[in-house]
Ligand binder design. Structure first.
Ligand code: CP
Length: 287
């Protein structure tokens, strides 16, 4: 029984094993967890992660409970801890959880069933990082020496934080760019237009308004022009370089409408690969 809380807790060899299992699932490996029951508990909105976990669970022949926070006893004052304890008492075999609190999993450390983190606060989103790595490896066949630039709301992004940490451990060179209000001094900052000519991967991030205390004082068109991936910027990228985005993306804000599905974009490939990665994660937790 293995939880997946953050990739920081995994050795590089374990990360590579998960990627290898995902590759096998993509190539048609069949693995059944027929008698196992898994619950997806999303205390924050999600389209990709929740439904991709759900698809992975169905492919593994599992029985699935999708918790609806808006119709739950949370609305009657029940706590997060007691909600999770209830699912353990019901007898589920594993829990997939997303919550806005950083390291929410520390509050439920006495829970005996595996916890699979589907995103906590601004810190970690391990299944997203793994699917990003899987997509990059499919493209380049290596990690060592690849250059990645992550552009956008770095400060409020769990994807940026977990990706930079893990990619650096794998020998990739990471830099960040975007509006200065999203800058974090611990990361290597680059001018957007200079950096995108040098990197192999440009990863765009949306503005995470829901995590801001103050409304941004910039128009959408100004944001796109200054910090967005426009068609003219794509033309400056290296011939083999690719565009990624964890999504949801906002067309015409951080990425131009005609760029989101351009030839360099791997955004929907990332989403496709997410199912195989999540099959591998659940297999690891329950096998
Ligand atoms: N990338 C991602 O986590 O998307 P969702 O918020 O839709 O799950």
């Amino acid at each position: 029984m293995k939880s997946l809380r953050t990739l920081k807790e995994l050795e590089i060899s374990e990360i590579l094993e998960l990627l290898e299992d995902a590759r096998k699932f993509k190539n048609g490996m069949v693995y059944k967890l027929t008698d196992k029951v898994i619950a997806n508990l999303f205390f924050e909105p999600s389209t990709r992660t929740q439904n991709s976990f759900n698809m992975a669970e169905l492919k593994l022949d599992m029985k699935v409970i999708n918790f609806n926070a808006a119709m739950s006893s949370l609305q009657k004052g029940e706590t997060f801890y007691d909600t999770i304890k209830t699912f353990e008492a019901i007898g589920v075999d594993a829990l997939v959880i997303r919550h806005s609190q950083d390291k929410y999993y520390e509050e439920i450390s006495n829970i005996k069933v595996p916890i699979i983190n589907a995103g906590d606060g601004v810190l970690s989103h391990p299944s997203q990082t793994l699917l990003d790595l899987f997509t990059i490896y499919e493209e380049f066949g290596k990690f060592e020496g690849l250059k990645v630039m992550i552009v956008g709301d770095i400060k409020h992004s769990r994807v940026a934080h977990e990706n930079i940490d893990t990619m650096t451990r794998l020998g990739m060179k990471c830099c960040v760019s975007g509006a200065l209000e999203f800058k974090e001094d611990c990361f290597n900052w680059k001018d957007f237009d200079e950096g995108l000519q040098e990197v192999d991967v440009v990863m765009m991030l949306r503005i995470q308004h829901e995590r801001h205390n103050e409304k941004m004082q910039i128009s959408i068109s100004e944001y796109l022009e200054k910090y967005g991936l426009t068609h003219s910027r794509v033309k400056k990228m290296k011939p083999q370089a690719i565009i990624m985005h964890p999504a949801p993306f906002n067309r015409g804000v951080e990425i131009a409408d005609n760029v989101a599905e351009c030839e360099k974009s791997r955004i929907f490939k990332q989403i496709e690969n997410g199912v195989f990665i999540r099959q591998a994660i659940i297999k690891r937790s329950l096998s």
